[in-house]
Design a binder for this molecule. Structure first.
Ligand code: ADP
Length: 493
């Protein structure tokens, strides 16, 4: 057996390559940022070729750093920013346009028109019932369409089978295999609005609705599968970032939940072998699985760690993000202050695009530390709202919440989460769950690890947080938060 699994982690702002050893430990990582292209307000693009070049650089970089060679690599795992769309020429490998990034809103009018049309035809449920998603510019389908509409001759070339579509995983696999393999995995396919999560196939009715030729679409495989080879090394694991993080946190069973406190917040719950339709506006999606198909519920918090960046960069009341912990602990409580960081609207379960942030409950005695503490608490309240929606959809209680992402390092935040959600919160030693998850998938397929039980044995816990607040106090605080959110929504009505 060789020494390492190599994960290629394609993020939104950087590309990273990680080496993971047999004990599931990260041995070395190397990353490189790439350009964010903003051709117009609200539009976001990447140069797909730059991503591929950056990838090759980080492969070399990580091997040099670890004093290793490609001979030391057992297999390759890939994880990626989801939904981002690349269309390229099958013969030359040249992208016909820049990659259109998940954040890009250029097709929102297209989506509005489609929704109006479907509503008028009494087919409002067509997209959610097949894909588990809501029609939105965020997903790939309208991005593909935009490229086909705006690049000369692209639609005809696509119909003739001359152009290929892929999310970033697919683009990378194509390049790694020298154009031999055009494939994606179920988790990435389930974010396109074109994939039927019940039949596990590209859906003809949706392809017709979005006017996308089937010939462009990649083959869809399991997250643990054979995706060809790079320099003789098998590409054996592929999953979108959130699903990879869930797998890396060993959320293998129904009811297992993870939350990533990054710039935004991402909750994902394994719902087992059947898709659960959310009554609370959450998305239904595919989980990374090894045997039978597994599904997940997903909910996001638009502003999570970004609220801490705002304290640092705009209010300038902390020097750095970690300093928020000491500031929060320097006061006894939040002094009745609530911060609702609805800077870009409110996500699940409120779904209000127009809401804007608020600070409430100020008194003459309110200090910067109260505001810092209340901002940290807002990350937990927002997470608690989504978690509550998930538990309601699942219809049963859950054991614990696994956390990762930058802000999960903040002990005050995580303890407060445990208190108000009345749940045990578990923080692993390695919070790089995304990269570890993709490595786990590849390593299971190539036989580097035996089974999921072995992976669980690698999970080292850094700290567990148990709820310690009285029921009365929790109820009181949550009541305050609900009122604060209500005021925030009313303000922009
Ligand atoms: P992303 O992958 O979205 O870039 P990360 O997982 O790297 O995000 O997390 C970065 C975010 O976490 C930043 O928004 C930062 O403000 C926040 N953050 C980092 N460390 C802390 C901390 N100790 N306390 C609170 N927030 C933190």
């Amino acid at each position: 057996m060789k020494k390492y699994i190599m994960t290629m982690d394609e993020g939104t702002t950087s590309t990273r390559t990680i080496l993971i050893d047999h004990d599931g430990q990260i041995v070395a990582q190397y990353s490189k940022e790439f350009e964010q292209i903003f051709p117009q307000p609200g539009w976001v693009e990447h140069d797909a070729k730059e991503i591929w070049e950056a990838q090759k650089e980080t492969i070399k970089g990580v091997l040099d750093k670890a004093g290793a060679t490609l001979d030391d690599i057992e297999s390759i795992g890939i994880t990626n920013q989801r939904e981002t769309t690349v269309v390229w020429d099958k013969t030359t490998g040249e992208p016909v346009y820049n990659a259109i990034v998940w954040q890009c809103r250029r097709t929102s009018d297209m989506v509005d028109e489609l929704v109006t049309k479907l509503d008028a035809e009494g087919k409002s449920d067509l997209i959610p019932s097949k894909t588990g998603l809501k029609p939105d510019a965020y997903f790939s389908a309208t991005k593909i369409n935009w490229i086909l509409d705006h690049v000369d001759g692209a639609r005809d070339r696509a119909k003739n089978g001359e152009l290929l579509f892929g999310t970033i995983d697919t683009w990378l696999i194509w390049n790694l295999t020298g154009g031999k393999v055009h494939a994606t995995d179920y988790t990435n396919a389930s974010r396109t609005l074109l994939f039927n999560i019940h039949t596990l196939e590209w859906d003809d009715e949706l392809l017709e609705l979005f006017d996308i030729p089937r010939a462009m679409l990649p083959e869809v495989k399991k997250s643990c599968d054979d995706y060809g080879t790079y320099e003789g090394i098998q590409i054996a694991g592929v999953a979108g970032d959130q699903q990879a993080a869930m797998f890396g946190q060993c959320c293998f069973d129904k009811g297992d939940v993870k939350n990533t406190y990054g710039t935004g917040g991402f909750l994902m719950m394994n719902t087992g072998n059947k898709p659960v339709n959310s009554k609370n506006g959450l998305l239904t999606t595919m989980a990374a699985f090894t045997d039978e198909p597994e599904y997940a519920l997903e909910g996001s918090v638009f502003v999570s760690g970004a609220a801490i960046q705002w304290l640092r960069d705009e209010l300038k009341i902390i020097d750095n993000a970690p300093a928020s912990e000491e500031a929060a602990l320097s006061v006894e409580d939040s002094g009745g202050v609530y911060v609702v960081p609805a800077f870009t609207g409110l996500g699940a379960p409120y779904w209000n695009q127009d809401a804007r942030g608020m600070i409430l409950g100020l008194t003459r005695g309110t200090s910067r530390n109260h505001i810092i503490r209340a901002t940290l608490e807002s990350l937990a309240y927002q997470t608690n709202d989504v978690l509550g929606a998930m538990i309601d959809d699942l219809g049963s209680a859950i054991d614990d919440l696994k956390v990762d992402g930058g802000a999960s390092q903040n002990n005050y935040l995580v303890q407060f989460q445990s208190d108000i959600s009345k749940i045990k919160v578990v923080r692993p030693k390695h919070i790089e769950s995304t990269g570890i998850g993709a490595a786990y998938l590849a390593g299971l397929h190539s036989g580097f690890w035996k089974d999921k039980e072995e992976l669980k044995s690698h999970m080292e816990i850094d700290k567990e947080f148990s709820p310690g607040m009285s029921d009365e106090e929790v109820a009181d605080k949550i009541k305050g938060w609900n009122k604060a959110v209500e005021c925030t929504i009313r303000f922009t009505e």
